[in-house]
Design a protein around this ligand. Structure first.
Ligand SMILES: *Cc1c(COP(=O)(O)O)cnc(C)c1O
Length: 372
């Protein structure tokens, strides 16, 4: 079956009680035991597992072409669970341009755990190679990256990781499995903030890990998920599962809007630079073409001038709500540096745009008036 069919079918739950077509939400925290102590339905307690989470986890695994999926209460909870599977003395390589909190999580929390970190430009294979140490256990990629839309070569870096006995994980939040499937390119682990495109409507927080193999690492993650309890509620699982049904349709339509907006902005005299992997001018355009079916619905622009000039543009835009986050049906814009703080490497005049499902003519007209 193709992706869209799998998305619909993998999120459908048969309901023996009422024959309901839409999935029920099982709020029960506990499940009945038999006299002999067994659990006839396979569920014990909702932190361990529950019908809505199981449905979501199976769907996530199918859509990312993995053997097993784990749902978490947020993207950061998913990342945390993966880092908790490592031990003191292990070394991790991460991109210098990545979701800001991912690197801060290692620097501020997992440094106490004994994990060490090297941040490199993962678009530079030589730099990645030079950063590998004998104790490197993980190369973390985020591609396209936040907020500069850098594209890293998943197949080449997964290969490099494996040559040195390390794993390769990809934060696939921005591309989604509609456009890019890292496990098929050689990665071992995919991470998602399902808060973004999976949920798709800006009304649910969630995260996920999907593993290529249901082996030793999966067992560790399973234990961490149950014991540390950073799990989503049944309702949150239900919302993400509902989002999955329209994921492909939304991502493709939003991507088409983003591609057109990027092309418009690139030729605009008030714009210094557009960062979008669907433009031939993008430095990793060829790699994006190789590993993504389309370039996605996120882009960043550098407005000519300074931070104030850039922030003024967000004030003039009528259809782009100034807010953080991304991946919802409504277009959002954000001055990223002021969110990440003074230590962030993000340029002062950079605006990050999450392109929504509005009509593209209206979106372009809005930018035309804002840049006047
Ligand atoms: C939002 C985001 C995260 C963090 O996910 P939360 O659901 O907010 O915890 C991680 N990586 C990327 C690329 C993101 O956009």
């Amino acid at each position: 079956m193709n992706f869209e069919t799998l998305a619909i079918k993998s999120t459908q739950m048969t309901d023996a009680n009422a024959g309901a077509v839409a999935s029920p939400i099982y709020l029960s925290t506990t499940f009945e035991r038999e006299t002999d102590g067994s659990y006839a339905h396979g569920y014990i307690y909702a932190r361990n597992d529950n019908p809505n989470r199981q449905l979501l986890e199976k769907s996530l695994a199918v859509l990312e072409a993995g053997e097993v999926g784990f749902a978490f209460a947020s993207g950061m909870a998913a990342t945390t669970a993966l880092f908790q599977s490592f031990k003191s003395g292990d070394h991790i390589i991460t991109p210098d341009d990545a979701y800001f909190a991912t690197n801060v999580l290692i620097e501020e929390i997992f440094s106490h755990w004994g994990l060490t970190l090297t941040k490199v430009d993962t678009t530079d294979l030589e730099a990645v190679k030079n950063a590998i140490q004998p104790n490197t256990r993980l190369i973390w990629l985020e591609t396209p990256s936040n907020p500069q839309l850098k594209v890293s070569d998943i197949a080449a870096i997964a290969d490099l990781a494996h040559q040195h006995g390390a794993l390769c994980a990809v934060d696939n939040t921005w591309a989604t499995p509609v456009l890019q499937r890292p496990l098929l390119l050689g990665a071992d682990i995919v991470m998602h903030s399902t808060t973004k495109y999976f949920g798709g409507h800006g009304d649910v927080l969630g995260g996920a890990l999907i593993l290529k193999e249901d082996g030793e690492l999966a067992n560790k993650i399973r234990t961490i998920q149950k014991l540390t309890g950073g799990v989503p509620s049944p309702f949150e699982c239900w919302l993400v599962a509902r989002g999955i049904k329209t994921l492909s349709l939304r991502v493709k339509a939003q991507t088409s809007n983003a591609q057109q907006l990027a092309e418009y902005l690139e030729q605009h005299p008030a714009i210094e630079a557009v960062h979008y992997p669907g433009l031939p001018s993008h430095p990793q355009y060829a790699i994006a073409q190789k590993q993504m079916s389309q370039a996605g619905a996120m882009l960043s622009v550098q407005v000519k001038g300074d931070a104030i000039n850039a922030m003024n543009v967000t004030g003039k835009l009528q259809l782009f709500t100034t807010a953080t986050s991304l991946g919802g049906v409504e277009s959002l814009i954000e001055h990223r540096k002021s969110v990440e703080g003074p230590t962030s490497p993000t340029p002062d005049n950079l605006l990050r745009v999450s392109v929504g499902l509005e009509n593209i003519e209206d979106l372009i007209a809005d930018w035309a008036q804002a840049l006047q």
